[in-house]
Design a protein around this ligand. Sequence first.
Ligand code: RB5
Length: 151
Amino acid sequence: MLIIASDHGGLELKEAVKTYLKKRQVDVRDLGTNGSESVDYPDFGEKVARAVSLGEADAGILICGTGIGMSIVANKFPGVRAALAHDEFTARMAKEHNNANVLVLGGRVEAADQGIEMVAAWLDSEFEGGRHQRRLDKIAELERAIGAGKI
Ligand code: RB5
């Protein structure tokens, strides 16, 4: 199951991405926001990142105005690898090299068709493993050390 959330700055793109995902018959759960009133992106970033971190969702998509705030929030959560991609290439790399389990988009940066192209590239690519797994293991080790107060 895939989860998606945005703030007001990402609402329009979230709706477009959701429509695309439903057409693809992806099992997607929308955690808001659902209106155009101003909300705080950490509240929505937390919902998705927490669920991915706990293994309650396979992966997530977060969208705010720039994607920056959502990335900062999501990457605080253990096991979350949130990637702020900016085109089809970086969205594909986010999976192939970084095995990103959260894709972050900027609703005021990408047009709907670009955002959808990026989501498709991320969903349709595979993690390459090998040397990239070694690097992810190093990130996980850093996360453990930080969690244990060793850094
Ligand atoms: C909200 O105005 C905006 O700051 C937010 O959507 C996001 O871009 C933050 O990083």
